[in-house]
Design a binder for this molecule. Structure first.
Ligand code: PGA
Length: 246
């Protein structure tokens, strides 16, 4: 795994955006795998700035998102459909119909998962953006998820629901279930960039870099992929310097 060390979240966003922009310029029909959460927000802002200043075009780009809550309609501000429209899709010149996000409102969730997996296999992702959970989750693949998992339904752990509760009025409103690309689905991507910012991610990044493969730490599966770049800021890489703080 390649590591790009940056100073802070602002620099992280610029570096990540530069990689995405380069990909889209090289391949205007690129398929981008996208993530939600606090970490990629700044990256999306940089893509928007670049689009306005330099005219990078997304007209022929497809996007496939990692995950979505079950039971939140797309108008709900906490749904990932809403997040993506607000933070990215509405600001770039994407072509309608080129965005894919799991359908957490489907009456047939298992069938929706299968269809999503087929979509990923028939539209191979050129560049996948990932965040990392404090427990090592990628997408909503919680500890214990098999490495050969495909798109599936998950029961969210209490720790993930607590981490995400900051966006909701009450903890009880945080959905208990989600649909996520599986680990095998993520590993199909041709290239992966994992973004980590802040001291809260330091322990997870340390564990990822140590490299032991274990399903108790889902991100460790990335060690099986040959084109992963971690972009992490100083705090996220601080574990080695101050292990006594953790
Ligand atoms: P965050 O989420 O970017 O909001 O920290 C990352 C994740 O949980 O995958």
């Amino acid at each position: 795994m390649k590591i790009i060390q940056v100073e802070d979240g602002a620099e992280l966003s610029k570096r990540a955006a530069a990689l995405i922009i380069e990909k889209v310029r090289q391949k205007p029909t690129a398929v981008l795998g996208l993530a939600t959460g606090s970490t990629p927000k700044g990256t999306y802002e940089e893509l928007i700035k670049d689009h306005l200043q330099n005219g990078t075009s997304y007209a022929n780009v497809k996007t496939i998102n990692l995950d979505e809550y079950v039971g939140l309609p797309s108008e709900n501000p906490n749904s990932y459909h809403y997040f993506m429209r607000e933070n990215l899709f509405d600001h770039l010149n994407f072509t309608k119909g080129n965005h894919f996000i799991p359908d957490g409102m489907s009456q047939h969730l298992d069938r929706a998962c299968q269809a999503y997996e087929e979509l990923i296999r028939s539209n191979p992702i050129d560049l996948q953006v990932l965040g990392i959970g404090q427990n090592g989750h990628i997408g909503f693949n919680e500890p214990g998820t098999p490495f050969d998992s495909t798109t599936h339904r998950v029961q969210l752990t209490r720790s993930t629901r607590k981490a995400n509760a900051r966006f909701f009025d009450h903890f009880n409103e945080v959905p208990k279930e989600a649909i996520t690309m599986g680990i095998s689905s993520i590993l199909q991507s041709k290239e992966i960039i994992l973004l980590a910012s802040g001291v809260k991610k330091a322990e997870a990044i340390n564990r990822l870099l140590k490299g032991a493969l274990t399903i108790t730490f889902p991100a460790s599966a990335l060690n099986k992929h040959d084109n992963v770049t971690i972009i992490a800021d100083r705090e996220a890489l601080s574990y080695e310097l101050n292990p006594q703080h953790f």
